[in-house]
Design a protein around this ligand. Structure first.
Ligand SMILES: [Zn+2]
Ligand SMILES: [Zn+2]
Length: 339
């Protein structure tokens, strides 16, 4: 049997190991992808550290996958070998449960298919993916460019476009890391008056290069007061994982404003009085399904949005993961697996 290299987590909290495995065959409804690039996302730590309940080990992480379809299982319409495809967090849905029949594929009640968590992901030369989880990848994006857009990109873009904010309205992005540096680009290019909020003066020039019209240094200034001076934000996209930092900006929302939460902070304290007086809301947002990813890729081509990436080969996956976890990467880390 032909073999492939894969990087797996043997058990919770154990070190990554590079292994040889048989190249898997696609089952009905699935395709095999020859992986070209896979982004390293903070959520890979759910697999690595064993903090997600459904993971069975050993497990290959990776849910920012871009490659080429190289085998198609029975019962898969529209996909053929040679087509470029991407796979994100959403690994599939049944299509027949009540949630799916309402179009809420993310809440599928039949199975929980999460790429790199409940089945093997993209830290490997090949992976199997369900057909409904595939996004078509445009020619204009290289595999390394497209990888981070499959999670960080779709999460921020899809959150913004479903936030209710309209062109010209004030949208703030809290945090200028892996998610935030994409969110600022999407917000600015989508026609919002865009505010970047981060700690320290040194991120101001980056925020402006990415398209922000305003920058708030949350260490030196009160971010809520500064947002109110600008008229109050219609939407604040919270990309940080610190609940106190999120709570500190809620007062900067304008009437009927929304705090859109995509950073998985452990807790968030918001005063009900604040919510009531301004008719404010706090909204969680899930990344998106394959068509949302495909729309993200297409918009990124249209508007020139790109992730800034640090690139590592597959065999240095452990180092790439540590770099991502350090919080020091500028701004996403990507494994380049084949050309
Ligand atoms: Zn992710
Ligand atoms: Zn379903």
């Amino acid at each position: 049997m032909p073999k492939m290299r894969a990087v797996q987590v043997p058990s919770p909290k154990a070190s990554f190991e590079i292994v040889e495995r048989e190249i898997p065959e696609p089952s009905p409804g699935s395709v095999r992808i020859k992986v070209q690039a896979c982004g390293v996302c903070h959520s890979d730590s759910l697999t690595k550290e064993g903090t997600f309940p459904l993971v069975q080990y050993p497990r290959v992480p990776g849910h920012e996958v871009v490659g080429v379809v190289d085998a198609v299982g029975p019962g898969v319409p529209r996909w053929a070998p040679g087509q470029r495809a991407g796979v994100g967090w959403h690994g599939g849905n049944c299509g027949y449960c009540d949630a799916c029949r309402r179009g809420d594929f993310f809440a599928c009640q039949t199975f929980t298919a999460i790429t790199g968590i409940t089945y093997d992901g993209g830290y490997a030369e090949y992976m199997i993916a369900r057909a409904e989880a595939l996004a078509s990848v445009p020619d204009e994006l290289s595999p390394v460019e497209a990888g981070p857009l499959m999670c960080a990109g779709v999460t921020t873009f899809n959150c913004l476009r479903n936030s209710g904010a309209r062109p010209g309205e004030l949208v703030a992005v809290l945090g200028l890391g892996g998610l935030g540096h994409l969110a600022v680009q999407f917000a600015a290019r989508a026609g919002f008056r865009t505010v970047g909020i981060a700690r320290g003066k040194d991120k101001e020039s980056l925020a402006r290069e990415l398209g922000a019209q305003h920058y708030i240094d949350s260490q030196a200034q009160n971010p809520a007061a500064e947002l109110r001076k600008l008229g109050g934000a219609q939407v604040i996209l919270a990309t940080v994982t610190n609940g106190d930092a999120m709570a500190a900006v809620v007062g900067g929302l304008g009437a009927k404003g929304k705090l859109m939460v995509i950073g998985a902070a452990p807790s968030l304290m918001v005063s009900p009085g604040q919510l009531i007086g301004g008719r404010l809301s706090v909204n969680g947002w899930y990344s998106g399904t394959s068509i949302d990813s495909q729309d993200t890729l297409a918009f990124s081509v249209l508007a020139g949005v790109r992730s800034m990436n640090e690139v590592f080969p597959l065999e240095r996956a452990a180092e790439a993961y540590e770099r991502m976890m350090s919080g020091q990467a500028r701004f996403r880390v990507v494994l380049k697996i084949s050309s």
